[in-house]
Design a protein around this ligand. Structure first.
Ligand SMILES: [Zn+2]
Length: 49
């Protein structure tokens, strides 16, 4: 949803895109294996499945 605000689509390859997810708090890219956002420290909920 934040992609709409920035007006920029993600143009990364699938592998990279799967390795990161967007922080619901600040929109930063957070590594999927990380437990919290490196930018704002918000806990990142895994949305697997
Ligand atoms: Zn964040």
């Amino acid at each position: 949803m934040l992609g709409v605000l920035t007006g920029r689509r993600r143009r990364r390859d699938d592998l990279f895109d799967r390795s990161f997810r967007e922080c619901h708090d600040c929109g930063a890219d957070v590594y999927v294996l990380a437990e919290d956002c490196k930018d704002c420290g918000a806990p990142v909920v895994q949305l697997v499945g």
